[in-house]
Design a protein around this ligand. Structure first.
Ligand SMILES: Nc1ncnc2c1ncn2[C@@H]1O[C@H](COP(=O)(O)OP(=O)(O)O)[C@@H](O)[C@H]1O
Ligand SMILES: [Mg+2]
Length: 257
């Protein structure tokens, strides 16, 4: 397997799920056998792909708790393993509490994904909006952390907490974890606040900021209502094009690594 990437930020509404589903769709279109793990009890990535929750099929909580195998938990979106999802339901919210008293609690997800090493080129984990044990599990399983950032008030504050958490994980349980990059999302060129905060973030963390910026785009916002990622729903909209560019950028980086 090439890579596991966790999409992480302490804040909600910053474009984590939108990034996860659009990246999953474009990476699989580029030939990567892609698995999207919905690791948020809200299950937005599941809904965004039009996958029914509570349809009696196993979900990510069943996988994490060991009740089901990885193979059973994976649901195909595009056949032959090209694009698959492990859906999430509200059940997952109980996992955080249950994990506390288990052995190897930070490595549960990593262990459960291990058997997929040969089946997938890319595993994307859509994290919940917190830095709790679920997100720690995602970061412990991943090689890279991708951080969507909305250039609004308190963005820097939230960002430093995320980076601190990553640093702690690097120093304690997972030295090989890398920051994939910070992705500016929901960006409005005409919004002075966005511009000022983007400037500030760049001043402090320029090396980590990805060159592709995701604009605010109503087509991306509307797509989940149709059960399709924006890049399928409106491939030529500015937001979809930005996610396509992000994918190209990431693939080129990988090729040149
Ligand atoms: N670039 C964008 N343009 C317009 N709407 C967006 C964009 N990115 C996300 N959204 C919308 O903003 C809301 C929050 O995004 P989401 O990806 O669910 O964030 P998170 O997973 O961080 O909570 C959703 O309704 C989503 O459809
Ligand atoms: Mg989300």
């Amino acid at each position: 397997m090439n890579r596991i990437i966790a999409i992480v930020n302490r804040k909600g509404g910053v474009g984590k799920t939108t990034t996860a589903v659009n990246l999953a769709a474009t990476m699989s279109a580029a030939g990567k056998r892609t698995l999207l793990v919905d690791f948020d009890p809200q299950g937005n990535a599941t809904t965004a792909f039009g996958v029914q929750k509570d349809n009696g099929k196993p979900n990510v909580y069943d996988l994490l708790s060991g009740r089901t195998s990885l193979r059973e938990a994976v649901q195909p979106i595009i056949g032959d393993g090209q694009l698959s999802i492990i859906p999430s339901t509200a059940d997952l919210s109980g996992a955080e509490v249950e994990l506390v008293n288990t052995r190897n609690r930070e490595f549960r997800l990593r262990e459960r994904l291990k058997s997929g090493e040969r089946d997938f080129d890319l595993i994307l984990i859509d994290c919940p909006p917190s830095l709790g044990l679920l997100t720690v599990n995602a970061l412990a399983a991943a090689q890279g952390a991708l951080i969507p950032l909305q250039c609004e008030f308190y963005a820097m504050e939230g960002l430093s907490q995320v980076l601190k958490t990553i640093e702690i994980i690097q120093q304690s349980i997972h030295t090989a974890l890398e920051v994939e990059g910070i992705l500016l999302t929901l960006f409005e060129e005409n919004n002075p606040r966005n511009l000022v905060i983007a400037q500030e973030v760049r001043r402090h963390l320029d090396a980590l900021i990805l060159p592709i910026v995701i604009p605010r785009d109503p087509f991306l916002g509307a797509a989940p209502g149709f059960g399709r990622p924006g890049v399928w729903h409106h491939p030529w909209s500015p937001g979809s094009m930005a996610y396509l560019n992000l994918t190209t950028e990431m693939l080129l980086k990988e090729r040149n690594a």
